[in-house]
Write a protein that binds this ligand. Structure first.
Ligand code: SF4
Ligand code: SF4
Length: 421
């Protein structure tokens, strides 16, 4: 049997299920804006047939793939197209060193720790035109790109100082995988989650050890480091889910997808035993509300018109409905749900000079939809979509958890959930 498999070049992935319908190519945002990219069908299952014979058939254009997973959502045969492409890229990158730029962009923990120490200076410097020009010419980080601001205080520092002690007092408990963006750039999102969960009777706890989920490391070819960090996170998550019986909540769709699905499929780090215990916070809260286990009471004077953008990885998980349905429960929120389009940034992809124009061309359909929606702000579950939309439309972008926390009548919610005010 082993001999037959070798002769037939049967792969570990499921490319043989491809029926060559080409639907995937019609939804690929990269193929839509450039002829340099062969599209998912050719880059994925078609190319795989050749690569299995000889990896010299690897096409360098595969690096243009965003790993947005839109092709996988569309494929009627369930082919793991983007995974096939990522594996081909990983094999092609074996033994190669990532460039200084890619290493820097991918090491979000290291960058965040250094930038936090000098946040006001780092923020001011990164925003200066001469700095952008130097980064553009020396490191090929596009000069049009705006880096997210760094916070003076890390989320974990705030949590230890202001929230940790009181968490045990709540009747129910969850863990929180905050991710790099919340920790180094935007602690408010983590604070909003704590506010929201506390108001409905849940104490929030940090994992024993958390490192960057590694999504940027994978995208930039630092696979060994990504695997090391994945093992650390998987161990912490396993302790939370299995030993402490605490669901691990997240507030980033890309981190969530990576922890649940790409650790096993791309890095070979098995999280299947705890996969169901990793959940984006809106899904967890929606289920509690739907089962009438908790109540959310919103302020009467909260009035906003906002548009919800479905991030590609949120769509891949099929979880956007939880965010949307929760947001629809806010009486004062006039919510426009945008048609799903890729924003084009794909993490660090859009920061790179060679990708910038393509990234903006991909996002242009979404930007137009946002402009037409005539809203005061946009909501999305992905932080890099937030950077792209804020930079490209000038509108503020918020996570659903922050919108829920802003609209929440905390005292009334605590009372409704039987807590002492
Ligand atoms: S993952 Fe996205 S960019 Fe890559 S082939 Fe699929 S649709 Fe195209
Ligand atoms: S959508 Fe699926 S079955 Fe159709 S060509 Fe693409 S990979 Fe093959």
């Amino acid at each position: 049997m082993a001999e037959r498999m070798q002769l037939c070049n049967i792969s570990d992935n499921n490319f043989e299920q491809c029926t060559k319908c080409s639907i995937c190519t019609t939804v690929c945002p990269v193929a839509a804006v450039t002829t340099d990219y062969p599209g998912p069908k050719q880059a994925g299952p078609d190319g795989e047939r050749y690569r299995l014979k000889d990896h010299a058939y690897y096409d360098k254009a595969l690096k243009l793939c965003l790993n947005c997973k839109r092709c996988e959502v569309a494929c009627p045969s369930g082919v793991n197209i983007a995974d096939i492409i990522q594996h081909a890229r990983m094999k092609a990158g074996e033994g190669q060193r990532a460039s200084l730029r890619d290493t820097m962009l991918a090491n979000t923990d290291l960058l965040g720790m250094v930038a936090n120490l000098v946040a006001p200076v780092a923020n001011a410097t990164l925003g200066l035109a001469p700095t952008k020009l130097v980064m553009d010419s020396v490191m090929a980080i596009d000069k049009h790109r705006t880096f997210p601001a760094y916070s003076r205080t890390k989320f974990t520092t705030w949590f230890k100082r202001h929230a940790a002690k009181e968490q045990d007092a709540y009747p129910n408990h969850v863990s929180y995988f905050h991710g790099c963006y919340v920790n180094y750039n935007f602690p408010k999102l983590g604070q909003d989650l704590v506010k929201l969960m506390n108001a409905v009777g849940y104490g929030v706890h940090l994992l024993d050890k958390e490192q960057c989920c590694g999504v940027a490391l994978i995208a930039n070819g630092l696979y060994k480091q990504a695997k090391r960090q994945a093992r650390t996170n998987a161990d912490s998550i396993r302790k939370s889910v299995k030993d402490d019986h605490l669901t691990v909540l997240t507030t980033s769709s890309s981190c969530t997808f990576n922890l649940r699905d790409e650790y096993p499929s791309l890095l070979g780090v098995d999280t299947s035993d705890v996969r169901d215990g990793i959940m984006i916070a809106t899904r967890f809260i929606y289920n509690l509300v739907d089962e009438e286990k908790i109540k959310l009471i919103f302020k009467q004077d909260f009035k906003k018109r906002m548009a919800y953008h479905t991030a590609c990885h949120m769509q891949r998980m099929g979880w956007q409905l939880y965010s949307i349905e929760l947001l629809r429960r806010i009486p004062g929120l006039d919510l426009q749900v945008l048609e799903q389009e890729c924003c084009g940034i794909s993490g660090t992809y859009g920061f790179k000079k060679e990708n910038y124009e393509r990234s903006q061309a991909i996002g242009s359909i979404l930007f137009k939809h946002i402009e037409d929606a005539k809203v005061e702000a946009v909501i999305t579950d992905c932080e890099t979509c937030k950077w792209q939309i804020e930079m490209s439309t000038g509108l503020p972008v918020e996570n659903p958890i922050s919108v829920l926390a802003d609209a929440l009548d905390v005292e009334a919610t605590r009372r409704a959930n039987g807590l002492q005010i």
